[in-house]
Design a protein around this ligand. Structure first.
Ligand code: ZN
Length: 160
């Protein structure tokens, strides 16, 4: 473990202790729940979508430090992005976690700290959990429109 890894370890713990964008929205556009039974990680993700943009991203959950800090980092990186860019970012993170793409810090922000997790296959699912939840939320919205998990349905705003 070199100095860089120590720095990244600190960043992961910082996000785990002080999770950014933690909590719930009053009226999310889409809410999804994802879990990783291998590790016991749970993520509840809520997004607010307006004019094809991720206006807000909130999360709650429990589990290991990798899964929860990743959700915190994801929420910061994805917030305010247009939906296609958010999906591109998820794919970039996924490829980084599979070791096939080098992480782009400009796009990932603090989530670049998770790049080293790719060396530990058993933890990759932990790191990916919230990002896959975001992908699911965006795809659900694109397919079904507004759905907050309480049976309310509608159509995407401004995408007629
Ligand atoms: Zn985990």
């Amino acid at each position: 473990m070199g100095g860089l890894d120590d720095l990244y370890q600190e960043l992961i713990l910082d996000h785990y202790r002080k999770r950014r964008n933690q909590g719930t929205l009053g009226e999310p556009t889409v809410a999804v729940d994802h879990n990783n039974p291998l590790c016991g990680d749970e993520i509840h993700l809520e997004v607010l979508i307006e004019d094809g943009q991720l206006v807000d991203v909130r999360h709650t959950g429990q589990g290991c430090s990798i899964s929860q800090s990743s959700a915190s980092m994801m929420s910061e990186a994805a917030k305010s992005l247009p939906l296609p860019e958010a999906l591109d970012l998820v794919e970039h993170f996924r490829l980084m976690m599979h070791g096939t793409e080098e992480g782009d810090e400009d796009r990932l922000g603090d989530a670049i700290a998770l790049e080293g997790v790719a060396r530990y296959p058993v933890r990759v699912k932990c790191a990916l959990l919230s990002w896959m939840a975001l992908k699911d939320a965006i795809e659900t919205y694109t397919r079904d429109g507004r759905t907050d998990g309480n049976g309310r349905d509608g159509h995407p705003d401004g995408e007629a």
